[in-house]
Design a protein around this ligand. Structure first.
Ligand SMILES: Nc1nc2c(ncn2[C@@H]2O[C@H](COP(=O)(O)OP(=O)(O)OP(=O)(O)O)[C@@H](O)[C@H]2O)c(=O)[nH]1
Ligand SMILES: Nc1nc2c(ncn2[C@@H]2O[C@H](COP(=O)(O)OP(=O)(O)OP(=O)(O)O)[C@@H](O)[C@H]2O)c(=O)[nH]1
Ligand SMILES: [Mg+2]
Ligand SMILES: [Mg+2]
Lengths: 278, 292
């Protein structure tokens, strides 16, 4: 009978602390370490390199959620909606996604549906100007649903390939604002069947465990088909996505790594796991 | 809740006249989890737990409390002490007193600049001049000018000046000339690992000679708050913190991490998106929130 080798408890404790430092949260950290301890026991080797590799693989496995079959726009424009709490990076990410689509030869329209925050429309207009992309906007204070309605009409009339809706930041605890998001979503769906085909929850990598509450509430009010983890060019690791992906089964699609239109990467679970373990 | 979890820990406590090491350690396990779930930085949690342990072990069990309640009270008192300990009013003696707002992208600096200006104007009756010194973000100047206009606040947009340091120098000159009491400078959000931008903010501080340098942090910030704030503190004389977006349900452990590691008090909190949604920091309220 082969003696069961167990991983050095000190090494496991160090890993647990690294995971907590990466914002995965105490429950997820101890769960991950327990899974690693068991796997290492099975493998019969307590080599530190192996322990780290097992952890990386476990994290990567948990993050590899199959993306739901993308709602295909039935011949009309594809509609993408950006949602999330204040300051997470929605407007900048909308510009990045618009740039990508534009570079790939698709015709894009931007909808300035943040009619509340000071200079929100101006901010999106600067980006649109830089990218040579039209913006549908109303006056500040207008009903965001009206902006979305007009943007959908324009997208259809101009046979645009892609319509990206930028919405106002809102804390997930504000019921009336979450209701407004449900309404915006309904209006888009009424104008363009199947819209919004993609709802991206934009999450700041600096967020702690409140990210889970954000994901739950935004999923309830607007549906979420994918996550964008922004500001990953900083030192925060965005570990809260482990709890989010586990509970809501929604994939992380993109990672924001800077403030220019090109600073957007496709999510790589392996790279993410590597960064958080090291 | 934490109280319920601690009640369970102390259900076993029978006939002991004082809080035993065993029971305190069991209680501290629960408290550690509660603090980590509140996003308090891991090292700050460890140091905090050690301090609480020292105060709790051997303490007489008071007849007015259950042992669980007693431990919670020790934790709350200690939290409130650390959060409120270094509280000081803003240093506004010099004319114009200069307040510099710094922090990571999207934390709430521009909004907080307008909020602080409105607060100083209405509560302390100061003449305040707002200075938009973010030359990076699209429409950053427009954002601050719009907030100023909508709230009857004065702002100075130095004509044709596109360098942040030059803008600040021109604004301080303008503030002196027109007898303003306070100048509030809004800067661009920046990463502590962006050396060029950290150099820029250090140069802005050198030019402005600020009386207050406030680190603006989002209440939902996680473990990284210690890394970023420490890096800012290495380049700037931070004097305090503004914690924003506390109107959400984030537990706000960042407040404890900042008070402990930066050693400067949270001076104000943002409690909403509107410019009037701003108030002085209350350590006891922040402590209850962190404990959940
Ligand atoms: N370093 C870095 N900064 C980013 C990234 N994404 C966005 N930002 C910055 O974060 C700040 C906020 O970005 P916005 O796009 O205005 O965020 P928002 O979610 O639209 O904000 P609200 O509309 O006010 O809720 C800006 O300074 C952006 O330049 C990123 O991936 N990396
Ligand atoms: N709910 C709520 N929202 C806030 C609060 N403070 C700021 N905000 C919002 O947070 C978002 C970001 O605020 P800004 O003032 O643009 O942040 P910033 O730090 O200047 O951003 P950058 O200049 O890009 O670094 C905006 O949508 C604000 O309206 C607050 O206390 N509560
Ligand atoms: Mg925006
Ligand atoms: Mg700003």
């Amino acid at each position: 009978v082969k003696a069961r080798v167990s991983a050095d408890p000190k090494a496991l404790e160090a890993l647990e602390e690294a995971l907590i430092g990466g914002d995965v949260g105490p429950a997820t950290a101890s769960e991950l370490v327990e899974a690693v301890r068991q796997e290492v026991g099975r493998k019969g080797s307590a080599d530190e390199g192996l322990v780290r590799r097992v952890l990386r693989e476990e994290i990567e496995r948990r993050l590899s959620v199959p993306a739901p079959a993308p709602a295909t726009a039935s011949g009309g424009p594809r509609v993408l909606m950006m949602v999330g709490v204040n300051g997470s990076g929605k407007t900048t990410t909308a510009a990045k996604l618009a740039a990508r689509a534009s570079v790939a030869g698709r015709s894009v329209i931007l909808a300035a549906a943040d009619t509340f925050r000071a200079a929100a429309i101006e901010q999106l207009e600067v980006w649109a100007g830089r990218l040579g992309i039209p913006v549908i906007k109303h006056r500040p204070g207008a009903d965001p649903a009206a902006v979305v309605h007009d943007a959908c009409t324009a997208a259809k009339a101009r046979s645009a390939d892609l319509l990206i809706i930028d919405t106002a930041g809102r804390l997930q605890t504000k019921h009336n604002l979450m209701e407004e998001l449900s309404k915006i979503r309904r209006i888009a769906g009424r104008e363009i069947p199947g819209a919004p085909h993609e709802v991206l929850l934009v999450l700041d990598a600096v967020s702690g465990l409140n990210g889970l509450s954000q994901a739950r509430e935004f999923t309830k009010s607007s549906g979420v088909t994918g996550l964008v983890l922004t500001k990953m060019d900083g030192t925060a690791k965005g570990g809260v996505i482990l709890a989010i992906v586990r509970e809501l089964k929604v994939p992380v699609k993109y990672v924001g790594v800077g403030e220019t239109a090109e600073d957007l990467l496709d999510f790589d679970a392996g790279a993410f796991a590597e960064a958080i373990v090291n | 809740s934490l109280s319920d979890r601690l009640q369970r820990v102390f259900k076993e406590l029978r006939g002991e006249g004082h809080l035993t090491e065993f029971h305190v350690d069991e209680a501290l396990k629960e408290i550690r989890v509660a603090l980590l779930e509140a996003d308090v930085h891991l090292q700050v949690v460890k140091d905090f737990i050690a301090a609480v342990r020292e105060r709790a072990v051997g303490q007489e069990v008071l007849t007015s409390f259950s042992p669980a309640q007693q431990v919670v009270k020790i934790v709350q008192d200690e939290l409130t002490r650390v959060l409120g300990g270094k509280a000081e009013p803003l240093a506004l003696k010099k004319r114009p007193a200069v307040i510099l707002l710094v922090g990571l992208q999207g934390s709430g600096k521009t909004t907080s600049a307008a909020k602080l200006a409105l607060h100083l104007k209405t509560v302390l009756k100061k003449q305040v001049l707002l200075v938009p010194a973010d030359v990076h973000r699209p429409a950053a100047t427009e954002q601050l000018l719009t907030l100023a206009k909508e709230n009857g606040l004065m702002a100075f947009n130095p004509k044709g000046e596109t360098d942040a340091v030059a803008r600040v120098k021109a604004a301080v000159k303008e503030a002196k000339l027109f007898g303003y009491d306070v100048t509030i400078v809004d800067t661009a959000g920046r990463l502590h690992v962006d050396l060029a931008l950290m150099d820029e903010v250090a140069r802005i501080a050198e030019a402005a000679s600020p009386d207050e340098v406030l680190f603006v942090a989002d209440a939902m910030t996680g473990q990284d708050v210690v890394t970023s704030a420490s890096a800012f503190q290495a380049r700037l004389p931070l004097t305090g913190v503004i914690l924003t977006k506390t109107d959400g349900d984030a537990r706000g452990g960042a407040a404890l991490s900042l008070s402990t590691v930066v050693g400067r008090p949270v001076k104000f909190v943002g409690i909403g998106e509107k410019v009037k949604e701003f108030e002085p920091f209350h350590p006891d309220r922040a402590a209850s929130r962190i404990l959940g």
